[in-house]
Design a protein around this ligand. Structure first.
Ligand code: MN
Length: 262
């Protein structure tokens, strides 16, 4: 007979993942809400159960979804509308979707307020900063003085290690990747400009760009500018970021006395 303790240990926390909207080029074209499978695989590898959050949800629906999940993942994607951070339009802006901005802003603010674990990747890292009152470089190459190349998505595979990051010792990120210097991929043309007041920068690129952020005093609220989901097989320590999310979500799950068993 399985003991209650064993049942609790076997529970896998639900990780709500926001999605993008795409139009698939078939005849006739169709619309989809989706997510790249690498995020789903990384959550599963870390022991969580991924649950996709659709766009188009009203606030009541979003709140119900938020309360149902044990943790939240914000994936990469297109640019955030500059109006969200008093930014300027720029010719390089692409794939702006105000509905996705709205859904993700809601999830960031709720996760920070409710102390629910959240991992935010690339666009998600930028969204975490914007949702909490920070701003972005609309285009790093065109606007940030002294910037190195960060936009490798057109020229290199997603696993290409483009630059290093220096990670603050004793931060959540250094704890979970077990190092303070890490080579990372770099698939972004925007980046954090002014840091939101609630965030602490805990990883930085050689040109000074903030590539990792955390909310101090929160169980796990972490943003990274790189794409760890594409590197978990090349560098297994990258899976640590997902393990950090899942472990914190699992702790919350048990603390709340949830009776779900998977
Ligand atoms: Mn970069």
């Amino acid at each position: 007979m399985t003991s209650p303790l064993t049942l609790r240990q076997q529970k896998r926390p639900l990780i709500g993942c926001t999605t993008y909207h795409k139009i698939v080029a078939q005849s006739p074209p169709i619309e989809v809400y989706g997510l790249m499978p690498a995020y789903v695989a990384a959550i599963r590898e870390a022991g969580g159960i991924p649950l996709l959050i659709p766009l188009g949800a009203g606030e009541d629906e979003l709140q119900a979804i938020f309360e149902s999940v044990d943790g939240v993942l914000l994936p990469g994607g297109g640019d955030i509308a500059p109006i969200a951070y008093q930014g300027q339009s720029h010719r390089s802006l692409r794939d702006i979707n105000p509905d996705r901005d709205r859904v993700e802003m809601f999830m960031v603010r709720q996760a920070v307020r409710a102390q629910k674990p959240i991992l935010a990747i690339c666009r998600g890292h930028q969204m975490m900063n914007v949702a909490l009152g920070g701003s972005l470089w609309e285009d790093i190459a065109g606007l940030m003085p002294g910037a190195i190349q960060h936009d490798n998505y057109l020229t290199s595979p997603r696993t290409f290690l483009a630059h290093s990051v220096q990670i603050t010792p004793d931060s959540k990120i250094s704890h979970w990747v077990k190092t303070t210097e890490l080579p990372v991929n770099s698939l972004h043309h925007q980046g954090v400009r002014d840091l939101a007041p609630e965030l602490t920068a805990t990883a930085v690129a050689p040109d000074g760009l903030i590539e990792g952020v955390e909310v101090s005093g929160h169980p796990f609220a972490v943003g990274v500018q790189w794409h760890p989901e594409n590197l978990i097989y090349d560098n297994p320590t990258m899976l640590g970021l997902f393990k950090g999310l899942v472990t914190a979500a699992n702790g919350r799950n048990e603390t709340n006395g949830s009776n779900r068993a998977f």
